[in-house]
Design a binder for this molecule. Structure first.
Ligand code: DGY
Length: 344
């Protein structure tokens, strides 16, 4: 690693990550200091052209043009576990390793999934708005009736349906044991894991939708999972069921979801992500049976600091021409394109 190595950090990340890079003698360029503004395309291209390693966030499309903009680029170290904003196939072809930050945000994301689930089932946000508006005048037996998450007075075990049973889906399932729920899981890439799992039982996709009281999504966004939940799937769910999405917005057809919420095909939704983020589909903001958050599933102080540190560690691996342990395209290291780029 030369003394003049530069990492282009597209937008401000937590100090712990920046500090690690500074201590390693790296020159840091931050593309956008204003946390409420994105980085425009030209600034992204200019920054990439001048750096050795790119450290982006999920808000920047890192497509072929960006990746090809600098023949000296040694790697991409994204601060996120999801990397659907990066054209990984193009990066591999161009000999560029891409790394992410898996694992460290699993528990925090599972916590927020439950916060959404509880909030929408028990109408916490609606009731809070009622309080702060000064509308609470008298306790009433019919005030803000919601749905039980545990068995409640019905005595019936509620069914939690987890779609995508990787690290986060499993962490969500683990949290259900205190509620004595029946857990169904669907994940065609982890059939064996589900078969061995002490908490969840395998269910086919349609069965899971039909039987679950809560359907929670934990899949990556890929062409296969885009609009995984659309009108037919929402109509298949129970009218009393809730949909939770803390994965990626385009997994749900948001316009169909708005109709489902307005017309009562399902009881409610808890969303942390949106199809055309940060915009919401028309009508969604007016749905009182939706709890809506601004993509904060991993937003705890500790987790975001750890994600920043991990991204910085990945960036240092790229600069030192070492294999990044979290490379999502590790095959790139055996390619001639990488060797030429890395100069060896
Ligand atoms: C991720 O890491 O992919 C989340 O969406 C943001 O933490």
């Amino acid at each position: 690693m030369s003394e003049t190595s530069t990492v282009f950090v597209t937008r401000k990340i937590p100090d712990a990550g920046l500090e690690l890079l500074r201590q390693a003698g790296v020159e840091l360029v931050i593309g956008q200091e204003d946390e409420e503004r994105g980085l425009d395309r030209q600034a992204l291209l200019d920054g990439v052209a001048r750096c050795d390693v790119l450290l982006p966030l999920l808000t920047e499309p890192i497509d072929r043009q960006v990746l090809a903009h600098n023949p000296r680029l040694l790697g991409v170290a994204q601060m996120a576990v999801g990397y659907n904003n990066i054209d990984v196939a193009a990066a591999t072809e161009l000999g560029i390793p891409v790394a992410n930050t898996p694992g460290v945000l699993t528990e925090t994301t599972a916590d927020l999934t439950w916060a959404l689930l509880m909030a929408v089932a028990r109408r916490v946000v609606e009731a809070h708005a009622y309080m702060v508006a000064g509308r609470y005048k008298l306790w009433g037996p019919n005030l803000f009736l919601g749905s039980d998450v545990g068995t409640g007075a019905s005595g019936r075990r509620k069914v939690l349906g987890v779609i995508g049973y990787g690290r986060i889906g499993q962490a969500v399932a683990r949290r259900s044991t205190g509620f004595d729920m029946e857990v169904l899981a669907y994940d065609p890439y982890n059939r064996d894991g589900i078969a061995r799992d002490p908490i969840a039982a395998w269910a086919d996709f349609e069965e899971l939708l039909e039987r679950s009281d809560f359907v929670t999504l934990h899949v990556n966004l890929t062409p296969e999972t885009e609009h995984l939940i659309g009108e037919p799937e929402l109509r298949r769910m129970k009218e009393s069921a809730f949909l939770i999405n803390a994965a990626r917005g385009p997994v749900v057809d948001e316009r169909a979801l708005v109709r489902a919420l307005q017309e009562g095909w399902i009881a409610g939704a808890g969303l942390d992500v949106y199809e055309d983020e940060p915009r919401m589909a028309p009508g969604l903001a007016e749905c009182s049976n939706a709890v809506l958050l601004p993509h904060i599933a991993s937003a705890s102080h500790d987790t975001r600091s750890r994600m920043a540190t991990m991204a910085a560690e990945n960036a240092l691996c790229h600069l030192r021409r070492q294999r990044a342990p979290n490379a999502v395209n590790p095959e790139v290291y055996d390619s001639g394109a990488y060797r030429r780029r890395a100069g060896g």
